[in-house]
Design a protein around this ligand. Structure first.
Ligand code: SAH
Length: 358
């Protein structure tokens, strides 16, 4: 255990001791802030690997997707590439290198809470600006927003069905600096949609208020300033019951309530809710479709073949990466892609209606 983590566990233990249990949502918020505050946690040597870290092809196809919208839209002048939670900055580097080849050079603006990651990102992307909050995003041009594995890191509120009704799931101190999740004492039935309310215990219903808030803000911006947003994540398009909170450390699952700040905490993303918020704000919604379908329709096979021709030594590695990103038993089936865009921008590529998953 690192001293920083001991520090967080001790601090949470003291906080719970004096102030009582904290919500799962609060626990996830502070644990993830500490976790990403550590800096580079990604890749084969780190805790988990994301699509842009598997292959440059992922970011390149995102760049192609953005450039295609920009070109068919008649090349609007001042435009911004906004990325939420850019990690190492790999996706931005690959995407922006690709947009440049089409003459599209949007100014990069990142939304990143971790100071350590901001430092890494500044080294990778020349001239990048950071928006400390969504209010600080530029207002004078269309926004091209990308969020890969960002929404799943936002804290979820968990409601748990007990014999006495629905309660918020809260975190208590177990022993020493160990924690456990239990039902809280306040009735929370009003927060559970009627369809799910009369279920048998011990079901869990999750919501992500931060995700809804961010989607609402950004959709409002897109409606006024124009542009498009691409959300890639694992999640569901039909709401249901279940506990999706998980912790990953060194590519293995861990107990989410142990060692806060030591591992990545994620929860599945509610794509239906994100889509509905964008619709309410007057945006066009495309998808969600499976990541594999989306990458194939944007030409990942042609890109794999082209790269393999130019670097024959890497052919096997490229085919393996393509398989991981596309195959329905791998990330291709696990991850979904949703786009929302302003009504006056052209419909985005890669979202054939027959491929939409419900
Ligand atoms: N998009 C990257 C990294 C995904 S990990 C990739 O695909 O490789 C999640 C990222 O979101 C990290 O950069 C993390 O620091 C950032 N993040 C998590 N919660 C955040 C929040 N509330 N505000 C801003 N950034 C956040």
């Amino acid at each position: 255990m690192s001293s920083e983590t001991n520090h967080l566990a001790a601090q949470l233990a003291r906080q719970i001791e004096s102030g009582g249990p904290i919500s799962v949502q609060e626990f996830m918020r502070v644990a993830n802030a500490a976790y990403y505050g550590r800096g580079d946690v990604f890749g084969a040597q780190g805790d988990f690997i994301t699509a842009p870290e598997i292959s440059q092809m992922f970011g390149e196809l995102v760049g192609l997707w953005l450039a295609d919208i920009w070109l068919r839209w008649g090349k609007p002048g001042r435009a911004y590439y906004v990325e939420l939670g850019p990690g190492r900055g790999t996706l931005a580097a690959d995407a922006l290198r690709t947009t440049r080849t089409f003459g599209f050079e949007p100014s990069p603006v990142f939304v990143e809470q971790s100071a350590a990651l901001r430092a890494l990102q500044s080294e990778k992307i020349a001239g990048v600006e950071f928006a400390p909050s969504l209010d600080d995003l530029p207002e004078d041009g269309p926004l091209f927003i990308v969020a890969n594995e960002f929404f799943d890191a936002l804290p979820v509120q968990q409601l748990v069905c007990t014999h006495a009704g629905w309660r918020e799931r809260v975190v208590i101190r177990d022993r020493g600096e160990r924690f456990a999740a239990v039902p809280g004492s306040q009735p929370m039935d009003h927060l559970v949609p009627p369809d799910f309310r009369n279920t048998s215990s011990p079901s869990i219903y999750e919501t992500c208020p931060d995700a809804g808030g961010i989607m609402y803000e950004l959709s409002g911006r897109l409606a006024v300033q124009g542009g498009a947003m691409l959300v890639v994540d694992y999640g569901y398009s039909l709401p249901g019951l279940g506990d999706t909170l998980q912790a990953v450390k060194s590519h293995k699952f861990a107990d989410p309530f142990e060692n806060p700040g030591e591992h990545d905490l994620t929860a599945h993303v509610n794509f239906l809710e994100l889509a509905n918020i964008a619709r309410i704000r007057g945006l066009r919604v495309s998808g969600p479709v499976q990541q594999g379908e989306w990458l194939v329709s944007l030409g990942i096979d042609a890109r794999t073949a082209a790269l393999a021709r130019s670097v024959p030594d890497r052919e096997e590695e490229l085919r393996a990466a393509r398989h991981r990103l596309v195959d329905s038993s791998e990330m291709g089936g696990l991850f979904k892609v949703l786009a929302v865009s302003s009504a006056e921008s052209p419909p985005p590529a890669g979202f054939a209606p027959s491929k939409v998953v419900s």
